[in-house]
Design a protein around this ligand. Sequence first.
Ligand code: PLP
Length: 390
Amino acid sequence: MHPMRLASLFDAPMDYADTVLDLIGDTPLVRLRRVVADLGPEEAQPLLLAKLEMLNPGGSVKDRIGVRMIEAAERSGALKPGGTIVEPTSGNTGVGLAIAANLRGYRCIFVMADKQAEEKQALLRAYGAQVVVCPTDVPPESPDSYYKTAERLAHETPGAWMPGQYWNPENPRTHELTTGPEIWRQTGGNVTHLVAGAGTGGTLSGTARFLRSKRPDLVVVGGDTEGSVFSGDTPHPYLTEGVGEDFFPETIDTSLVDRWVRVPDREAFAAARSLARLEGILAGESSGTALVAAREAVRSLVETGDGRGKVVVVILPDTGRNYLSKLFNDDWLRDHGLADERASGAAAAAAAAAAAEAGAEVDKAVSALGARARRRARAGAEPVKREARA
Ligand SMILES: Cc1ncc(COP(=O)(O)O)c(C=O)c1O
């Protein structure tokens, strides 16, 4: 990817990166077939390509912004040698920041709410970050809230700097300078549709801005969570992590989005699980949200007879290893009323793939399972809480 050739010291050239930071980005595209097998004959479908952001060194798209926000702060003087990075975060952005901080000699203090999974704290600590846990059940303006605690720590800690992914322009700019150009190059300029979810909106806005500048007729489809304001819903709690918000961050440019697809938790979780089972791609539930939106894009292209020759790129933000205790834990899914994969939008794809391979008997078995699952789902519980930001 970023080969260094030190032919002067050694006889044979060698390919390796200087640091792990040089391995961020340039993630591959892979064709998705089986998760859309039910949407029409292959000849009538667009080419659906997934950008595998979980293959970044820290396992998510957020590695990209971690290092660039730090570099910009170094240039502006906001972050000085030996300084401390303080950010209210619980997940991927913390990892991205910690990787870059470790290589550049900064300390990290991440402030998170106590509702976050233990494994997320453990992950940040594994990178050497200090993790401060605050109570969840306090209003944002309370001095004990995790936002206020982060602000106070940033104020009190000498040499502290807060990246602020929800307002830092380096966030969308990173995607305008890297993710967008990569997709353009990898598709040979043939991309016609971009599909991505939004949390800060940095990925969607930056990538779309670059691709639109190359191709004004690019169609941009946003995947949003039920209970998030981006697609116009009234904010309410949901379980999908990383996408959706109850406010409009400065980093999102909704004018670039042609269409939002609003995705319930149940469908996002089922779609993410179908990625692992049908495509062998282990991804988080926000990838499920994006996949459901991508399926909608494919479906409408097939329905209007416009699929052939179109290229749909969907961004899959992070690895499913972050969610082994939730998304990939059957007990957890059952406890949260999400255990019913077959009753979701991904059901038809799973059934079609199974039927194609194993014949009508399997198809019948899948339908029976689906009916049972639907009955279970009707009796199932509602989601119980709002989950973490990235
Ligand atoms: C798992 C996951 N998916 C999707 C996103 C959305 O990315 P962005 O903040 O660039 O909109 C994030 C980050 O917020 C995330 O952590």
